[in-house]
Write a protein that binds this ligand. Structure first.
Ligand code: GLP
Length: 255
C-alpha cells in the first residue's frame, strides 16, 4: 500500500477492490471499537458494497457491534418508493442493515416519498445536527465529481435539498435500472455543508472511470463544477483508491 500526504488529505493507494474494501472497513471498525454510539454517514452505489460486506463479516464474528450506532445516508432518489429495489432504502437493507445488529430506528435515509421535499430536507439536517453531527462520512464519487447527489453546478449547496440529476449521472446509474427511462431524474441529497460538517470524510474510488475525478478533486481548482474539490477545505480527509483510480493523480504528481 502506498500513502500520499496532501496537506489535509491522506490518500491510501491499494492494489485492488478487495484491498480497498478491507481498508475502508478497518477505518470504520476502528471508530466503532472506540465509540459505541458512533454516528456514521453512509453512502450507496457499487463502490461501498465491499466495505459493507466486510463490516457484516466483522459484525457476525463479534469484532464489532452496531447496537449503539446511528446512521445517516447521503441521499435518495426522488420520488421513489422504499419497495423499489433500486431505492437507496432497499439497497441499505440488502447490503448492510438486514445483516447486522443495528437498531433500525437508528438508521436514517431521506424519504424518497415525502410529500414535501423542502420540509423533508430541512428536518433531515435538523436530525443530523441534533445528534451532534457525523463522526465518519463515507463517500463515493461520481465520474462527474459529484458527492452524494451534489451535481456539477454554479454553487455549492450548503443544506440538504432536492436536486435535478445530471445527464451523466442518469447514464451512469442506468445500469442498475431496466432502462435509462426508469432512472429517476431527481433526488434528495445532503448538501455540501452537511457533508463537510462531518468530523472525518472517507472517500473511496476504484476503477479507471474515476481517475480524472480523483485527480481533479485533489489537485484541481476548488469549484462547484467539480463538487468533490471542496474536500480540499476539510481538515480530515481519508481517500482510499485502487491503482486504476489513482493513475492520473500519480502521473500528475510525478510531473
Ligand atoms: C451515485 C450516488 C453517489 C455515489 C456515486 C458513484 O449516484 N449518489 O453517492 O458515490 O453515484 O457510484 P458508484 O459507486 O456506483 O460508482
Amino acid at each position: 500500500m502506498k500513502t500520499i500526504n496532501l496537506n489535509n488529505v491522506t490518500v491510501f493507494v491499494v492494489k485492488d477492490y478487495k484491498a480497498l474494501s478491507e481498508k475502508g472497513a478497518s477505518i470504520i471498525a476502528a471508530l466503532l471499537m472506540t465509540k459505541k454510539d458512533a454516528v456514521l454517514g453512509l453512502a450507496t452505489g457499487s463502490t461501498p458494497q465491499g466495505v459493507y460486506e466486510e463490516l457484516v463479516r466483522m459484525n457476525k464474528s463479534g469484532e464489532i457491534t452496531f447496537k449503539g450506532v446511528h446512521t445517516y445516508n447521503l441521499d435518495e432518489y426522488y420520488p421513489i418508493d422504499k419497495s423499489n429495489a433500486q431505492s437507496y432504502d432497499y439497497f441499505m437493507k440488502e447490503n448492510l442493515f438486514n445483516h447486522i445488529d443495528i437498531d433500525m430506528a437508528n438508521t436514517h435515509i431521506p424519504n424518497g416519498m415525502a410529500e414535501n421535499s423542502t420540509k423533508e430536507s430541512s428536518s433531515y439536517d435538523q436530525k443530523v445536527r441534533s445528534i451532534g453531527g457525523v463522526d465518519i462520512q463515507l463517500l463515493g464519487i461520481g465520474s462527474n465529481g459529484h458527492i452524494g447527489f451534489n451535481e456539477p453546478g454554479d454553487v455549492f449547496e450548503p443544506m440538504t435539498h432536492r436536486v435535478q440529476l445530471d445527464e451523466r449521472t442518469i447514464k451512469d446509474n442506468a445500469r442498475f435500472f431496466g432502462s435509462i427511462e426508469e432512472v429517476p431524474t431527481e433526488a434528495i441529497t445532503m448538501g455540501i455543508g452537511t457533508i463537510m460538517s462531518a468530523k472525518v470524510l472517507l472517500l473511496l474510488a476504484n476503477g479507471e472511470k474515476k481517475a480524472t475525478a480523483i485527480k481533479e478533486m485533489l489537485l484541481g481548482k476548488v469549484k462547484p463544477r467539480m463538487q468533490a474539490s471542496i474536500l480540499q477545505f476539510h481538515k480530515n480527509v481519508i481517500v482510499v483508491v485502487d491503482e486504476s483510480a489513482a493513475s492520473e493523480l500519480i502521473a500528475e504528481l510525478k510531473e
